[in-house]
Design a protein around this ligand. Sequence first.
Ligand code: B12
Length: 213
Amino acid sequence: MTDILETIQGMVIDGKFNDIEGEVQRAVDTGTDLNLLINDALISAMDIVGKKFADGVIYVPEMLVSATTMKRGLDIIKPLLQSGETQNRGTIVMGTVKGDLHDIGKNLVTMMMEGAGFKIIDLGVDVKIENLLETLKRENADILGLSALLTTTMPEMQKVIEALEEAGLREQVKVIVGGAPIDQAFADTIGADGFGKDAVEAVQLARDLVAAK
Ligand code: B12
């Protein structure tokens, strides 16, 4: 890893939220590959933070400061991911499921989807099923993207799919799922239409699903 990526990774781990924007901007200005910046510096930092938390080396407040630092870094990159495509490729409602407050991954997926020309309605975190249903109907959405980072909130995804069936919306709305504990097997079990392990896969998945509609 190059020095600048290592520095940025360290800043997120150490929660240097006042310095991160300048450093990410410097990386961008010096032509650092955006994929490396996102994956090798920012996301990998959160993996290390998660491990430290699991090992009891750091606690929730430190994890939160790292998350804030990560978000500030991503904010610098966000405009660069917008391709300026004006064509609406389809409408996607995104949200983190009820009981779950993690939104960094969802936000990253949202940014990349917007960059790829989708219209995104981001309902945020801890989203209630009624809110999802109401928005999907109102927006006549093509896809629902659900994120979950906790093993305890994963089952909420299945509840959402069941609610879509009950509301008669399942045929019209494709459901894609993601988040660190989610995998293809889980997506299959709950009857989702797709799983994406990262934002790049999420965009491809959305493209394929809309094209197949
Ligand atoms: C940052 C963080 C927090 C922050 C969140 C801040 C925020 N605004 O998001 C705070 C401090 C609030 C937090 C709180 C908690 N956290 Co936390 N957190 C993390 C941490 C370190 C990083 C998550 C992250 O942002 N990763 C980076 C992003 C980019 O990755 P990602 O989310 O996986 O997203 C990518 C893919 O999964 C995919 N993707 C994501 N969503 C979607 C959606 C779709 C549709 C698709 C296709 C793809 C997709 O694309 C993304 C981009 O590549 C993780 C550890 C980890 N490595 O996951 C723990 C972790 C998830 N947290 C954990 C825990 C336990 C908690 C708490 C319960 C702690 C506590 N005791 O209070 C609370 C729960 C609060 C709640 N109700 O949600 C555990 C979960 C364990 C488990 N088995 O469930 C983890 C794994 C840490 C650990 N190792 O123990 N946390």
